[in-house]
Design a protein around this ligand. Structure first.
Ligand code: CMP
Length: 144
């Protein structure tokens, strides 16, 4: 799969131009993007797999604090794009992230870790479909 989903969190929106440049420099193209203020109920649905975690409520509240940049990313001739993008993203905790990764450069802590990226192809399809219609990503056309 040569598509993945990414989101710039409210805490990093003041650096979204720099983050976009770093994403493009990392080899990913933007197929579709939009800025949106998410409601708390949208965020809770988006992160529903984490519903049992102790940090679920605070994590959701932070994502609903201000506008986010939603992105459908792709690699024209790529494969395993979700996995490759996770490498560019770096560890969930910016303090553990490697030099050169997005979270090392733009993240602050576990909650304000700047950028989200789908953790698998299945997640990418679910997350892309959650925010973008098939016409925007092409997912509807190729059935993947
Ligand atoms: P993200 O990749 O968006 O997916 C789940 C988010 O939970 C993660 O980034 C972190 O911002 C957030 N989070 C907050 N606390 C923790 C924690 N203790 N362990 C993992 N993720 C956490």
């Amino acid at each position: 799969m040569n598509l993945t989903f990414s989101l710039i969190k409210p805490s990093a929106m003041d650096r979204c131009e720099e983050i976009l440049m770093a994403i493009k420099a990392g080899g990913f193209s933007v197929l579709s993007m939009k800025t949106q203020q998410l409601t708390l109920s949208q965020v809770k649905k988006f992160y529903e797999e984490h519903a049992e975690k102790s940090f679920f409520t605070s994590m959701c509240e932070r994502l609903a604090l201000g506008p986010v940049l939603l992105m459908a990313l792709y690699e024209p001739n790529g494969t395993d794009t979700p996995l490759k993008f996770r490498k560019l993203l770096g560890a969930t905790d910016p303090k553990q992230a490697l030099e050169g990764t997005l979270r090392k450069q733009f993240g602050v802590d576990l909650d304000a870790n700047a950028v989200h990226g789908s953790d698998s192809e299945i997640s990418a399809i679910r997350e892309l479909s959650f925010f973008f219609c098939g016409m925007e990503t092409g997912l509807e056309l190729n059935g993947s």
